[in-house]
Design a protein around this ligand. Structure first.
Ligand code: TRH
Length: 424
């Protein structure tokens, strides 16, 4: 564990079988040449506006580990597309996208095409590509120099270039959001990138939030819960539902023990992967029946995962994207933060809890769940505690939904920067 949370680039899994097999992409939308007529030093954003179209966005994503890189990038692409933008997602490993967004790799989502990263290095193919108005480098991945050279040689425009950063509630985010970073060397010398920081306050880039989320009051109605669970062979009989998505390091033994004493019927819904492995290991070692139910889920689509969060009374989430989705359902949550080797995640966790205005019990639970303190507080899980956390979750959701969302802000920022380039 402990990857970079700023620009660190991993060696390319160049001819990774998974990449090639999963990224048989439909390129039909891209049959316009990069060699468009140059009309002087205008911006690519302005050219699109002049033509009355949504912008064309290139989103670049390198999957380092886990599901968060592609999870966030796909949500962004889908949200942009839903708002009339056209998106190309350049991806070095599409294996998780196959289950996360069924049909994405086959071009079945309107306004989005997915492309293998290797194609960003194919100078011949690039000449055939319609130049994008916006580039988004997600999480410090770097666009291949040949891609940039080709764009520069064959177009008379500059894209608005965004470096999309990790989510954090720490104070540096407000200070750093939208700062320009002039490119000093290489094929983009003289151009400017902008840091774009998601966050929890008005002075940040905000959170990914599709327009329908704000207006949806009743997530997880009883009827939708029952139907959703039936899809996975689970007959719900009114028991409390708890979802578990966590890293291997989570104190799962302590959680299962505390559920023994919950005092009401409970069903733990365990996600596929590290959570499932951890729970199964504890179960094997215990070797006697539990007083509550445990159901194991397969890897489900993001849409289904959101429904899972909406159905549950308490959600254990991890990383970045599942945290944000759990916030939108306005239910109690416990977050396992992505651990960094230097311990930098401790400050990040506390900043989030402060931002959330978490009560002492939720602070304690997070510290135990994240291994910062002993696991004693994990014994206290009971309905009154969930009721306290419910108020916190609802209030935080209310504060967050009154702020502009990330995609809306990003479109406005990009449009503004396009204007600025035109005026130069
Ligand atoms: O997988 P993660 O731990 O990702 C992490 C974080 O993003 C972290 O910040 C990053 O540095 C690290 O990866 C590399 O957790 P996250 O961000 O919640 O991503 C999980 C995604 O998987 C999310 O989009 C929800 C989705 N998902 C499904 O769609 N179906 C499922 O069944 C499950 C379990 C998850």
């Amino acid at each position: 564990m402990g990857r970079r949370h700023c620009a660190i680039v991993r060696a390319l899994p160049e001819n990774s079988k998974a990449s090639r097999q999963n990224l048989k992409i439909n390129n039909r939308a891209d049959n316009l040449k990069m060699n468009i007529s140059a009309t002087g030093p205008t911006s690519a954003v302005n050219q699109a506006h002049l033509q009355g179209q949504g912008l064309l966005w290139d989103v670049f994503c390198r999957v380092i580990d886990n599901f968060g890189d592609i999870g966030v990038c796909w949500r962004l692409c889908a949200d942009l597309a839903g708002r009339g933008q056209r998106v190309r997602l350049w991806l070095d490993d599409g294996s998780a996208l196959a289950w996360m967004a069924p049909g994405a790799l086959k071009g079945q989502h309107a306004n989005i095409t997915v492309h293998p990263w290797l194609e960003t290095m194919d100078s011949q193919g690039l000449e055939e590509l319609q130049p994008a108005n916006v580039w988004i480098e997600a999480f410090g991945c770097e666009i291949e120099p040949v891609f940039i050279s080709c764009y520069r040689q064959h177009t008379g425009t500059t894209p608005v270039w965004i470096n999309l950063e990790y989510l954090s509630a720490e104070p540096f985010v407000e200070r750093s959001h939208t700062l320009p970073s002039p490119v000093m060397s290489g094929p983009a010398k003289g151009w400017t990138k902008y840091f774009y920081y998601p966050g929890f306050t008005e002075k940040t880039g905000g959170l990914l939030r599709e327009p329908w989320i704000k207006d949806r009051q009743a997530l997880g109605s009883e009827a939708s819960k029952t139907a959703w669970l039936q899809k996975f062979g689970i007959t719900w009989q009114g028991e409390k539902l708890i979802s578990l998505f966590c890293y291997a390091s989570a104190p799962v033994t302590a959680l299962l023990e505390s559920l023994e004493n919950f005092g009401e019927p409970v069903r733990l819904l365990v996600t596929e992967g590290q959570a499932k492995t951890a729970v199964q290991k504890v179960q094997r070692e215990r070797n006697q029946p539990r007083s509550f139910d445990i159901s194991f889920l397969p890897l489900v689509s993001q849409t289904d995962y959101d429904q899972l969060l909406g159905a549950c009374d308490l959600n254990f989430v991890r990383g970045e994207d599942s945290l944000v989705r759990a916030l939108w359902v306005g239910k109690p949550l416990v977050w396992q933060i992505y651990p960094q080797e230097d311990g930098a995640h401790h400050a990040k966790l506390h900043a989030f809890l402060d931002q959330m205005e978490a009560p002492a019990s939720l602070h304690q639970w997070h510290q135990s769940w994240n291994g910062l303190t002993r696991q004693d507080s994990l014994q206290t899980l009971k309905s009154p505690l969930l009721a306290e956390w419910q108020s916190t979750a609802e209030a935080f959701r209310g504060r967050l939904t009154s702020q502009p969302d990330l995609t809306q802000q990003l479109i406005e920022f990009v449009t503004d920067k396009g204007e600025a380039v035109k005026k130069r």
